[in-house]
Design a protein around this ligand. Structure first.
Ligand SMILES: NC(=O)c1ccc[n+]([C@@H]2O[C@H](COP(=O)([O-])OP(=O)(O)OC[C@H]3O[C@@H](n4cnc5c(N)ncnc54)[C@H](O)[C@@H]3O)[C@@H](O)[C@H]2O)c1
Length: 349
């Protein structure tokens, strides 16, 4: 049985962004009342077009750096899905102060507001960047290296605060370490655009893009539908079911740390598909998909530039823990997701 959030009031922070707006549409489809808190710093009103028509949706334009705004937004909510943050490794290298204020102070404000409101569970967007320079592949949750950017520090600090709040205030928390999410509505523009929307939109315009490095760097690209499933499960799977899953997981992965059943639930899991593709392979797949709409796209050549600071060469998730404790079962492979994403970008170009 797959657990879902239904008939509940849910706060989605960062709901005008890529992941948040997809979550909101899905929550509304499942009969929830949804509150969105966003300051539109990177999100867009057009991402909320459908939601704004729905009487079960409420938009609060505000900043998570303001504690009172967080307290007001969470009133009456059973769950928080905290997505608001300034993403992007290079953005955090260019402006570490703002990334720290939003991603750490804003996070703590929201977590504090959630525990004051006694929400059932606080689910938050963590990040695969927390693995830093740890060499192991696939990445397992309890083995992390040194951070390679201010962004990855902020995301790791979120996990520390979540665990600490669970311990001292008794709020259940689950962090979802997303791995390179892609899909409809991900912003293709701007200096900090993610690689898939950036490449797709330049191919549609018949423009070449630059690959950082020699194209052999690889990522566990994760389609948005898998992320939606993970959020539902992280909020809705009963605590006892998670604890039983943890016992199984700890039997399978002998060096995984034991978590005590006396303590309030606080876990972190990888959210990915569990396969990796290199940037060169990605470009081939994108061209293949898009040339169905426009055959000339197949001929477009990409340039190569230096590797980017803060980037790890390879990333691949073990999704064993998410499977064991949440019953996570991602349905969208990279190829299946790319087909849908390319179709969406083509139709919305
Ligand atoms: N997209 C990915 O591949 C990926 C990978 C790992 C982690 N994450 C995390 O997932 C979350 C969502 O990412 P996304 O890709 O949808 O990014 P996004 O930029 O599309 O969405 C972030 C949203 O947060 C809002 N926001 C930013 N600062 C805010 C503030 N001070 N107050 C209120 N709202 C604010 C933005 O306006 C935006 O709507 C982020 O926490 C990000 O760090 C994303």
């Amino acid at each position: 049985m797959e657990y879902k959030i239904t008939d509940s009031k849910v706060l989605v922070t960062g709901g005008a962004g890529f992941i948040g707006s997809n979550l909101i549409d899905d929550l509304l489809l499942n009969g929830n009342q949804v509150v969105c808190l966003d300051n539109f710093s990177t999100g867009k009103r057009e991402n909320l077009e459908e939601a704004l028509e729905n009487p079960d949706f409420k938009l609060i334009v505000g900043d998570i750096r303001d504690k009172q705004v967080c307290m007001d937004a969470v009133k009456g909510c059973a769950y928080v899905l905290h997505q608001a943050a300034l993403g992007s490794v290079p953005r955090s290298i260019a402006d570490p102060i703002t990334s720290t204020e939003v991603n750490i102070t804003g996070f703590v404000n929201m977590l504090y507001a959630a525990k004051e409101e006694k929400v059932k569970r606080f689910v938050y967007a963590a990040s695969s960047s927390t693995y830093g320079d740890h060499p192991d592949l696939p990445k397992v949750e309890h083995k992390i290296g040194n951070s390679l950017s201010p962004y990855s520090i902020t995301k790791f600090v979120n996990e520390l605060y979540a665990a600490n709040f669970s311990k001292i205030y008794g709020i259940e928390t689950i962090g979802l370490r997303y791995f390179n999410v892609f899909g409809r509505r991900q912003d293709p523009d701007g200096a900090y655009a993610a690689v898939i929307p950036k490449f797709v939109s330049s191919l549609i315009r018949h423009e070449s893009s630059k690959i950082n490095g020699d194209g052999t760097y690889s990522r566990d690209f994760t389609y948005i539908e898998n992320v939606l499933q993970a959020n539902h499960l992280a909020a809705a799977v009963p605590t006892e079911r998670i604890r039983t899953g943890l016992v199984h997981y700890q039997q399978e992965v002998k060096d995984a740390p034991l978590s005590s059943s006396e303590e309030t639930l606080s876990e972190v899991v990888n959210v990915a598909y569990g396969e990796r593709a290199s940037l060169n392979e990605l470009v081939v797949s994108l061209k293949e998909n898009l040339s169905q709409y426009d055959p000339q796209i197949r001929e477009i050549q990409f340039d190569y530039g230096p590797a980017r600071e803060g980037d790890v060469p390879h990333s691949l998730a073990s999704i064993q823990k998410a499977k064991s404790i949440l019953g996570y079962d991602p349905k969208y492979s990279l190829q299946r997701g790319l087909k849908e994403a390319c179709n969406w970008y083509w139709e919305n170009a």
